[in-house]
Design a protein around this ligand. Sequence first.
Ligand SMILES: CC(C)(COP(=O)(O)OP(=O)(O)OC[C@H]1O[C@@H](n2cnc3c(N)ncnc32)[C@H](O)[C@@H]1OP(=O)(O)O)[C@@H](O)C(=O)NCCC(=O)NCCS
Length: 126
Amino acid sequence: MDARNDPTLRVTLLPRDTNKYGTIFGGIIMSHIDLAGAIEARKSCGPHNFVTVAMDKVVFHKPVFVGDVVSFYTKTLKIGRTSVTTKVVVEAMRADDQRRVRVTEAEVVFVAVGKNWKPVPVKARR
Ligand SMILES: CC(C)(COP(=O)(O)OP(=O)(O)OC[C@H]1O[C@@H](n2cnc3c(N)ncnc32)[C@H](O)[C@@H]1OP(=O)(O)O)[C@@H](O)C(=O)NCCC(=O)NCCS
């Protein structure tokens, strides 16, 4: 979860991902949070078809700039009957001085669905 561990996802972002202020559009960061959380859910409970049911407590602490290397650290907070709650912390390494800054965090809840899109039970893998 912290910067000493491997991130679940690491990306750098392009000018096409910016808003009118020239910083990265929050929706782009949220889509990567969604992906990182889904990877975490599979790591914790195996290869189910996980769909996102809720994104909670999304906080954008600092802006992300083009060229930053953006790392998504994850952990599993709770495994329910059919759902997995994950925490995603996003850290940017600034392109100019390599400084690491916590930019965003969120909790994302996934539900495992089977055929007919019905929730199916999950269990911890580790
Ligand atoms: C995910 C989905 C199948 C769940 O259906 P549902 O009828 O709410 O299912 P249930 O009531 O049986 O709840 C299933 C689990 O989801 C959890 N859940 C449901 N709504 C939730 C919410 N708003 N926040 C957190 N967890 C929620 C329940 O607590 C339950 O967890 P548990 O089994 O671990 O106790 C349905 O909401 C859905 O299809 N949502 C759209 C998913 C999607 O398309 N995501 C992509 C975003 S566009």
